[in-house]
Ligand binder design. Sequence first.
Ligand code: GSH
Length: 118
Amino acid sequence: MFIVRWILGRIILLLNFVFAPKKRQRPPEQQDVIDQQTQSLALYQYAACPFCVKVRREMRRQNLNINLVDAKQESNKALLTAEGGKLQVPCLRIEQDGQTQWLYESKAITSYLNERFV
Ligand SMILES: N[C@@H](CCC(=O)N[C@@H](CS)C(=O)NCC(=O)O)C(=O)O
């Protein structure tokens, strides 16, 4: 089972690479503002998880430079579980007005990004 999942994961990564979405282009000063805003975001994710790939593709489409955190690493996994509430990826960590929110579900994350940055 592990090997099947591993192979599927590599296929997903290959297809994602070959069919990478086109990055949205903004004027540099506008992109700088967006880059500042995305510094308060972090995506907890696995490299080959299809739901994480979906979110990363949307980030690329929108040209959002969001820090990627590998949730397979023990310390990251522990933080996600303790503060987010469960071990599930993708999860977007949002820091705003001194508060931290952990947003689960790929659909909810892409909707949030589209509403906030489009
Ligand atoms: N409905 C969720 C599904 C997310 C999901 O199933 N993620 C898997 C990885 S692909 C997960 O976090 N599994 C828990 C684990 O690996 O421990 C979404 O769309 O984000």
